[in-house]
Design a protein around this ligand. Structure first.
Ligand code: ADP
Ligand code: YYY
Length: 228
């Protein structure tokens, strides 16, 4: 078996990808993980599962939400070919993609103590991925894994992101709803995570006019040692 490691430090390879909604983080990260034989961590799915549980329990007070998430059993697969997530024994793999969760998730993701709980769990999952991992979300390059081997901010114009999400939802939400899920959500989310501008050392890739395969190629190339 090939062990993919960070050539300079000999630690497992960690690829951190951040970006706004619809920029292509999940599909790209999964593609890079599959190509390089790495684990895949979808941190947004963890916030979505937390939001699902909060909605299911009807909890509204931030302190009670924090307590609920702190006590929750969150189980997430890091196999890029078989994504699955459950919370307190409920398989929520499909439910977390429903528009009602997309609309609500920022309410939970902007509670800092909730973030602290999920960030600690994300760091554990990254550390446990001894064969290397591609992790994506909003604050991987800045907070969760600022020492990652490769750090990428994946961006795309809002129009392209809205069109992609609309195509993906195939009529399950209208343009106004999708625009809310993208533009309003990014605005809310950017109050707690810095994904609108690249931090020092982070490579920006604009996918507006790039196909998925090209973005996967570009990120995969960044993991290879430079020959110059
Ligand atoms: N470079 C790209 N070009 C065109 N469509 C893309 C590209 N990257 C991703 N997509 C599509 O856009 C949609 C949103 O991508 P996704 O990976 O879920 O984004 P994010 O995780 O950033 O929200 C998906 O349907 C995906 O197949
Ligand atoms: N590291 C992360 C990942 C996601 N979030 C929040 C912000 C988003 O509104 C939700 C859902 O993230 P997700 O990546 O699934 O959202 P998109 O697929 O990009 O629309 O979680 C976060 O605050 N920090």
């Amino acid at each position: 078996m090939i062990t993919v490691s960070d050539v300079e430090t000999d630690r497992p390879l960690v690829v951190a990808i951040d970006g706004p909604s619809g920029s292509g983080k999940s599909s790209t990260a999964r593609g890079v993980a599959e190509r390089l034989g790495l684990a895949y961590l979808d941190t947004g799915a963890m916030y979505r599962a937390a939001a699902w549980l909060v909605a299911e329990q009807g909890v509204t007070d931030p302190a009670a939400i924090t307590e609920l998430i702190g006590a929750a059993e969150l189980d997430i697969s890091t196999d890029p070919k078989a994504f699955r997530i459950s919370i307190n024994g409920h398989d929520v793999t499909a439910a977390i993609r429903e528009p009602r969760i997309s609309q609500f998730v920022s309410t939970v993701a902007t509670i800092q103590p909730v973030r602290d709980i999920l960030i600690a769990r994300q760091r554990e999952l990254i550390a446990a991925a001894t064969g290397g991992v591609v992790a994506e979300g909003r604050d991987l390059t800045t907070v969760v894994a600022p020492d990652a081997t490769v750090r990428v901010l994946l961006v795309a114009d809002p129009q392209a992101r809205i069109a992609r999400r609309e195509a993906e939802l195939a009529g399950a939400a209208n343009t106004a709803e999708v625009t809310d899920q993208i533009v309003r959500r990014d605005r809310d989310d950017s109050t707690v995570a810095a994904f609108t501008e690249a931090a020092v050392g982070v490579t920006v890739i604009d996918s507006t006019h790039l196909g998925l395969a090209e973005v996967i190629d570009q990120i995969s190339r960044l993991t290879k040692p430079s020959t110059s």
